[in-house]
Design a protein around this ligand. Structure first.
Ligand code: CTP
Length: 401
């Protein structure tokens, strides 16, 4: 799938650098050529000899290597690639990129390139969560930099949390997606997915049965057609797909902010099962039984309607806004009303009454309602629904380009 492609792989100085050996092996196995570049710190973790043996090409490291400079030149090195990949992308490399610094070969290549750049960040959880790194992340995203990971999990430093580098196979999937010349190449599509959790107190919340399966399948299908996907997900059962930008949220209000921050987009698909209500009198401390035998009375406030907010934007509205309608009765009538009320272009309606087994299951039977009419699809797997829907979106965006 990557035959004939050249990846400029910049290896940053972190313990995850050892995973680059596997990454190079996987990339070469898929037919890609890999030009490795090591920062000075990276060479403390993996040797240039190991990396160049695996890549079958000399590893570059020094900006002022006169022989190499005469042969190829650092500008050309960055231009000859189809994609620039930074793995692990350390906090330091991200900061340099966000600030436009160029004081070694890696950062100079990153500033000089005219190709897409994909980062696989890896760092300690506190470094990842530090406001400076988060600021740099936001700036790099705004610059169109692609990201694979980081994942959440046990870290080499003994801590737990986000900051672990994506696995080599996930980075390869993201590289595949970045290099795919599908009909959605160059398009940015926003997808919401999963349930939201609305806190009652610090240990309890109100949730719903959405597993996030349909939204996740859709994000993967859009990615496979070449789209750059921003995936805003509540706490779902299924893991987000590789090769998309994942923004994790918990509440409806957080989801709205994340959606607004991820815009502009060519299309937005709202597959999340957003809680309509939040607890207005959520307690700051765990609610205790008071001995009266009565449950505390919860007061509810209406959550913002994310789909309606985006559908009704007067400026910067995505060209195509797709909502879902989860109904248990009179599916088509309710879905039609919902489309009119919220102002979206399409509604993908499904019957989520328990007998259908759709919510939390692997199949779906949907009806698409748009300005032209109603289209009923037979029952099929959620990934097939996702593929067909992604193709329909691609064709619509193709029409209105
Ligand atoms: N939606 C949203 N924000 C909300 C509620 C819903 O973005 N606060 C979106 C969902 O992602 C979905 C669509 O609106 O795309 C319809 O969601 P659904 O739960 O079926 O409808 P509701 O708006 O909750 O309407 P009702 O409660 O009347 O069924």
């Amino acid at each position: 799938m990557l035959a004939g492609k050249r990846i400029l792989l910049i290896i940053g100085g972190g313990i995850a650098a050892y995973k680059c050996c596997e990454l190079i092996r996987l990339l070469r196995g898929r037919g890609a050529a890999v030009t490795p570049v090591l920062t000075a710190a990276a060479a403390e973790f993996v040797t240039p000899l190991t990396v160049s043996s695996l890549a079958g090409e000399a590893a570059h490291g020094d900006l002022f290597d006169l022989t190499r400079e005469a042969e190829i030149g650092h500008i050309q090195l960055s231009r000859a690639a189809d994609l620039v990949v930074v793995a692990p992308a350390t906090a330091d490399l991200m900061a340099k990129m966000a600030g436009g610094l160029a004081n070694d070969l890696a950062s100079t290549l990153l500033l000089a390139t005219d190709k897409r750049v994909l980062l696989a960040p890896a760092m300690n959880v506190r470094m990842w969560e530090h406001p400076a790194t988060q600021r740099n992340l936001a700036r790099l995203r705004a610059d169109g930099i692609l990201f694979a990971g980081p994942n959440e999990g046990d870290m080499a430093c003994g801590e737990f949390g986000p900051g672990r580098m994506a696995e080599p196979a996930e980075i390869v999937a993201a590289i595949d997606a970045a290099l795919t010349d599908g009909p959605l190449k160059g398009r940015h599509i926003l997808v919401t997915s999963g349930p939201t959790h609305e806190p009652i107190d610090p240990v309890r919340y109100i949730a719903n049965r959405s597993s996030g399966a349909q939204g996740t399948a859709l994000a993967a299908a859009l990615r496979d057609l070449g789209a750059r996907v921003s995936f805003v997900t509540g706490p779902a059962d299924v893991a987000p797909p590789p090769g998309v930008t994942v923004i994790r949220v918990e509440t409806a209000r957080e989801m709205l902010s994340a959606v607004q921050a991820a815009l502009p987009a060519d299309a937005a698909v709202f597959a999340a099962a957003v809680a309509d209500w939040r607890v207005a009198n959520a307690a700051g401390q765990k609610m205790k039984k008071d001995g009266s035998g009565r449950m505390p009375v919860l007061d509810f406030a209406e959550n913002p309607d994310i789909l309606a907010t985006v559908s009704q934007m007067t400026q910067g509205r995505p060209r195509l806004v797709v909502g879902f309608a989860a109904e248990t009765h009179e599916v088509e009538r309710h879905a039609r009303d919902k489309r009119a009320r919220k102002g979206c272009d399409w509604i993908v309606a499904n019957d989520v009454s328990p007998a259908t087994g759709i919510m939390g299951g692997s199949e779906n039977a949907v009806t698409i309602i748009d300005a032209e009419g109603t289209e009923c699809w037979e029952r099929m797997s959620k990934s097939e629904v996702a593929r067909r829907l992604a193709a329909r979106i691609a064709s619509k965006l193709g029409e209105t380009a």
